[in-house]
Design a binder for this molecule. Structure first.
Ligand SMILES: Nc1nc2c(ncn2[C@@H]2O[C@H](COP(=O)(O)OP(=O)(O)OP(=O)(O)O)[C@@H](O)[C@H]2O)c(=O)[nH]1
Ligand SMILES: [Zn+2]
Length: 344
């Protein structure tokens, strides 16, 4: 295992310890809440955050299809869509669940972040299994752009999947695009080809979505909205199975929301404009290098410890390019991304 992989693991351990600390604090608070709300709320149960609006959340119990508007305990800050939580439900005289209180958050597998207006990183969604990077026959995919998305996805630790949309526009000769896709497939990335213009083509995508929580990202105009419309044809599903009262004051356009797809088994989608814009931000040179998966085993093997992989003698990456083990276009892409980081 390379040195850089280790340091990444160390970072992960620190995060884990911090998460454990806050989990304990949350558990203490949950105990207080237990006493406070004695008789008012039912027993603790597992659930998932479906959407959040400031101090209120929509929660779906693991054992139910409908979501419930929940309050948040005072010290439970920063919950996001996709968080797994513990909650307690309040029932009316007829035994219907009318509202709930969230008492604890479980540890996250991963989290998607984006900078807020002041440039501070803020979590927007958690516990995601895969990032579907959508690109299209038109507007044509720039290989560098795909690499940017892949690097950003790799930095989150969430598995990327490449989705080529608008294959109905693929010319007979579409050799260039196919070669590009084959290159990514050879690196081990799953690739799915779709079209929303024809009836065929969505089955592979549905198979990919089944049993997982996914987000769609990608450049404007590639067809993300069209794909999501196909997957969630029923507007009421999008708004969620909330009662009219619960829905009051909901900002459906800005918040990330989790949807369960009707057409695929246990498939979940988390969507929001903020997530769709996910791209390359806040990354340093080392993260970019780690984001190229074929570089990983070579990192730390250059002659110079501070090698920037430009023209240094004994550079393990340059040598791998020369041997044909790293595709020159991927390497050019790496350079391009690093240079763009230095510009800003
Ligand atoms: N030919 C063809 N056109 C498509 C396909 N999917 C989407 N489009 C068209 O491409 C255009 C952009 O589609 P959108 O779904 O709005 O793309 P988007 O990625 O959501 O774009 P933003 O909302 O800007 O991020 C629309 O005119 C769609 O009708 C497809 O499979 N084939
Ligand atoms: Zn080097």
């Amino acid at each position: 295992m390379s040195k850089r992989k280790l340091s990444r693991q160390q970072r992960w351990r620190i995060e884990k310890i911090q998460a454990e600390r806050s989990r304990r604090a949350e558990q203490r608070d949950a105990k207080d809440s237990h006493k406070l709300a004695a008789g008012e709320y039912g027993p603790e149960r597992p659930g998932r955050v479906i959407a959040h609006y400031g101090r209120t959340l929509d929660v779906q119990g693991d054992d139910s299809a409908a979501s419930v508007r929940c309050h948040l305990r005072a010290n439970l800050e920063g919950l996001v869509t996709g968080d797994r939580i513990t909650w307690r439900a309040a029932q009316d005289a007829e035994g219907n669940v009318v509202e709930g209180v969230v008492v604890a958050r479980s540890e996250r597998d991963n989290v998607l972040e984006r900078p807020d207006a002041r440039g501070q990183l803020k979590p927007v969604a958690a516990n995601i299994d895969q990032i579907l990077i959508v690109f299209a026959v038109e507007p044509a995919p720039h290989p560098n752009l795909i690499d940017r998305y892949l690097v950003a996805a790799e930095a989150t630790g969430i598995a990327p999947v490449l989705v080529l949309n608008k294959i109905d526009l693929l010319p007979e000769s579409g050799g260039e695009l196919r070669a590009l896709l084959a290159r990514y497939e050879a690196l081990g990335y799953p690739v799915v080809a779709t079209t929303t213009a024809r009836e065929a083509g969505l089955d592979d995508l549905l198979a990919r979505l089944a049993g997982r929580t996914s987000v769609f990202v990608g450049q404007s105009g590639v067809g993300k909205s069209s794909l999501i419309d196909r997957l969630l044809p029923d507007e009421s599903l999008r708004i969620g199975a909330l009662s009219k009262d619960s829905r009051k004051g909901t900002h459906t356009t800005t918040t990330a929301r989790l949807y369960r797809l009707p057409s695929a088994d246990a498939a979940e989608l988390i969507d929001s404009p903020g997530i769709r814009e996910f791209g390359l931000m806040h990354l340093d040179e080392q993260q970019v290098a780690e984001g190229f998966i074929e570089f990983r085993d070579l990192l730390g093997r250059c002659r110079f410890r501070d090698c920037r992989h430009r023209q240094e003698p004994g550079c393990a990456l340059l040598e791998a390019v020369e041997r044909g083990e790293i595709h020159p276009e991927r390497f050019a892409s790496f350079r391009h991304i690093v240079d763009s980081l230095n510009e800003t």
